[in-house]
Design a protein. Structure first.
Length: 139
């Protein structure tokens, strides 16, 4: 059975919202009018698994946490730490999948200063980037 990507993205979005982060959460970079702090997640890699390995899924996704420069790095790091605590070694329920779990593969190599553009907003911001891998089986 072929698996659809959208139920996984919807479940990830719901999981991030359930963490009650002190930030806006978006599931893509496009067209957002960023108010900071902001969390954006995006699929990085969703390879098609060979047919003889079963209907498994392995999706890599990235989470970027943006925070205002004038607040320093602390609030941005607190949000990133909350995401790590809530996602690493966790599971989600997604329509059409069983046994979906998430592992953090890269927690971020420190705070970076970024110029971001979203909607009509041009801002300097702190950014923390985290990488995750999602595993599961299509049902």
């Amino acid at each position: 059975m072929a698996s659809a990507q959208q139920p996984l993205i919807d479940s990830l979005y719901a999981k991030l919202l359930s963490l009650s982060l002190a930030a806006d959460v978006y599931d893509s970079y496009s067209g957002q009018d960023f108010n900071q702090p902001t969390v954006v997640f995006n699929v990085v890699s969703d390879p098609v698994q060979p047919y003889f390995t079963g209907d498994s899924v392995r999706m890599d996704f990235q989470i970027d946490v943006y925070g205002p420069l004038n607040n320093g790095t602390k609030n941005t790091r607190i949000i990133a730490d909350s995401i790590f605590s809530g996602l690493h070694r966790s599971s989600i329920t997604a329509s059409g999948y069983t046994g979906v779990s998430i592992l953090c593969t890269e927690r971020g190599n420190g705070m970076q200063e970024e110029f971001i553009q979203g909607g009509r907003t041009l801002l300097d911001a702190w950014r923390v980037t985290q990488q995750y891998r999602l595993f599961g089986t299509a049902s």
